[in-house]
Design a protein around this ligand. Structure first.
Ligand SMILES: Nc1ncnc2c1ncn2[C@@H]1O[C@H](COP(=O)(O)OP(=O)(O)OP(=O)(O)O)[C@@H](O)[C@H]1O
Length: 247
């Protein structure tokens, strides 16, 4: 089973990242369990994408270490083991849905049948012949996701994959993510919508470039005494801010 070792899929030690003049990630320490769905949550601009880029190896880091599947982030050997779906879909607009996914299937040495399966997994089977340029933003994002899924990566990094999707599709996609995790894939999924956290057994809560907690949704509720995750997150932020000011 891919990724089903005791070793964390991602280990980050003392990570500092600057973008432009600003330090945007401040000495982060965290680990992501293999074969889990981990939600990376926090307000817009808190550094989620920057952290994901550091994990994929496309972000210059100031200091600290990022180890992915036992290798330094960005190693050539990780290229086919890690799938990354960015917020802005990267698909060939002049190609059909089918050909976009087949192209990635060929790169990963996968079959046309695997490409068709990936297209079905994102509920675009009915759009296989349509040019990607003629799809809606949410549909295009799903083509991008299918292109990553077809590689059957051990680690999938998904930046806000459910933005712009209706509730039914959103629920279907989370089911699909749960299936992938059950078969050993590790998923790191970002969102700025706390409701999504419900689908993630593990949460990384980021605020202004600092990790404020790594815990499960139930632990977050217990710690804050709030049943709504949105309120729980806010309560946690307030208590940490007050704690920091008093220390
Ligand atoms: N190219 C860049 N140059 C300088 N600063 C940047 C650049 N890209 C992002 N930043 C800054 O880095 C910080 C973190 O941005 P990042 O995109 O990682 O946040 P995010 O949590 O993913 O936000 P969102 O949920 O809105 O996508 C922000 O303050 C942002 O202004």
């Amino acid at each position: 089973m891919p990724g089903s070792t005791d070793r964390p899929a991602i280990e980050i030690t003392d990570l500092v990242v600057r973008r432009g003049r600003n330090e945007v990630l401040h000495t982060l320490n965290l680990s992501v369990r293999s074969g889990s769905i981990t939600g990376l949550l926090g307000p817009s601009g808190c550094g989620k994408t920057t952290l994901m880029r550091a994990i994929v190896g496309t972000q210059i880091v100031e200091s600290g270490s990022v180890t992915v599947l036992g290798e330094p982030a960005g190693s050539a050997s990780l290229r086919h083991r890690v799938g990354y779906v960015t917020q802005s879909p990267t698909v060939y607009l002049d190609l059909s849905v089918r050909d976009n996914v087949r192209y990635f299937a060929a790169l990963y040495g996968r079959t046309a049948a695997a490409a068709a399966e990936a297209v079905d997994a994102v509920a675009l089977g009915g759009y296989s012949d349509q040019q990607a340029g003629q799809l809606s933003g949410g549909q295009r994002a799903r083509v991008s996701l299918a292109c990553a899924l077809v590689g059957d990566p051990e680690l999938l990094i998904l930046d806000e994959p459910t933005v712009g999707l209706d509730p039914v599709l959103r629920a279907d996609l989370w089911d699909r993510f749960a299936d992938l995790a059950a078969s050993g894939t590790t998923l790191l999924v970002s969102s700025h919508v706390m409701d999504e956290a419900e689908h993630c057994p593990e949460l990384l809560l980021l605020r202004e470039g600092s990790l404020i907690a790594q815990l499960s949704p139930d632990e977050l509720r217990t710690e804050t005494g709030q049943s709504s995750l949105e309120h729980a997150f806010l309560t946690l932020i307030r208590s940490r801010t007050v704690g920091a000011e008093q220390s």
